[in-house]
Write a new protein. Structure first.
Length: 374
């Protein structure tokens, strides 16, 4: 049992505990850094002081990796492509002049529709006009000059997911162009709490993100929602996920080359070494000299690069962590600070998105990170 330590781990205590922690975490030697460590390495100030109020604040002892990625202006324009049908969509089909009138038909899981004498017509990915013409062409084998009226009545193949601290999280149909703000409005807005005696939004906008095809779109939710900056109000695509985590969460996210990536409860005064130990140590390929501590807004975070080996050997003091810090252990030396932080933030967003998807679907498959949302 590792004794509970207060504040920064003294060098003498680190020397005594180093062999046990080295065994537990698997920390070993790694190649030297390919970029200069920040001044925060081994600096207790990064743990004792959170960033000052405001998203542009830099936590003492930390640095910024450079300007954040700018939004592609094309993301702010509604998509020009017409709607394309897919499995689950409901189409109202009427054979003009026929005796049966309009009929609702589902697009099957195989992307086919079954109507009238047609045994199965593939329409997955077709526009509505292409679908209508395909129906007329298929029916022409049985009827003379058939004419079809086609209307989209239900959308189930194109949806976006809005989850986290909104009033009605869930899946929302994308039958027409929709922006981030419109999707949040569909979810009845950001949830609030009266626990402090006043109505407060409980979404953590600094750690909110938009995930698209495994990549994070760099939307600044602070500017979009707090400041009404419509330059951040991008249009959504099918299968996008908007995630707004809770400000009430108090955990540390440990990712990368550790044996059990997870969120570690923020209790007492957790340190970098105890957080790594809580994840059952490092993997054999971990580069412990390049551990990143990322704090603040995902859009423009503060960061420190820490040599965990030096801490374990008692050459540098341990680092106190703050709630919602992201700790990332790389499996290879990073090439540059900017690309490294982009990797950390993207990995964090993917992990939370996977965890949320598992929670929504009821999957019992492990995804490597618990959301820890109360």
């Amino acid at each position: 049992m590792i004794p509970k330590l207060k504040g920064i781990l003294p060098a003498a205590a680190a020397i005594v505990l180093a062999p046990a922690l080295l065994f537990l975490t698997g920390c070993g030697t790694s190649s030297g850094p390919v970029f200069k460590e920040t001044a925060a390495a081994g600096n207790p100030a990064i743990a004792e002081n959170a960033a000052a109020p405001g998203q542009d604040a830099v936590a003492p002892g930390m640095t910024r990796p450079g300007p954040p990625a700018a939004l592609d202006p094309a993301l702010l324009k509604p998509p020009a492509d017409p709607y394309r049908v897919g499995p689950g969509d409901i189409l109202e089909i009427e054979l003009i002049g026929g005796p049966d009138g309009p009929q609702n038909t589902f697009v099957g899981p195989d992307g086919k529709i079954y109507f009238n004498l047609l045994s199965g017509l593939q329409v997955w990915g077709y526009t509505l006009d292409e679908t209508r013409r395909a129906l007329e062409h298929g029916l022409s084998e049985f009827l003379q000059n058939p004419q079809v009226s086609l209307t989209l009545r239900g959308v189930h193949s194109r949806r976006v997911q809005v989850v986290g601290r909104v009033n009605t999280p869930g899946l929302y149909e994308l039958s027409q162009p929709m922006t981030v703000l419109e999707a949040i409005s569909q979810a009845r807005g950001i949830a609030t709490s009266r626990l402090s005696g006043a109505t407060e939004e409980i979404a953590d906008l600094q750690h909110s993100f938009l995930m698209r095809q495994g990549k994070m779109i760099p939307v600044d939710f602070e500017r979009l929602i707090r400041q009404g900056d419509t330059s951040q109000n991008v249009y959504l695509q099918a299968d996008d996920m908007i995630f707004l985590p809770s400000t009430m969460g108090s955990q540390i996210y440990v990712l990368g080359a550790v044996n059990q990536p997870r969120s570690v409860p923020f209790k007492g005064r957790p340190t970098l070494i105890t957080a790594l130990a809580a994840c059952r140590g490092l993997t054999p390929d971990a580069k412990a000299k390049h551990v990143a501590i990322v704090r603040g807004s995902l859009r423009n975070p503060s960061v420190a690069i820490i040599d965990a080996n030096a801490i374990l050997r008692g050459k540098k003091p341990d680092i106190l962590l703050s709630a919602r810090d992201i700790v990332y252990v790389p499996a290879r030396p990073p090439a540059s600070l900017r690309t490294y932080i982009d990797l950390v933030v993207t990995t964090f967003a993917r992990s939370l998105a996977a965890s949320e998807a598992a929670a929504v679907t009821g999957s019992d498959q492990p995804v490597g990170l618990s959301l820890g949302i109360p």
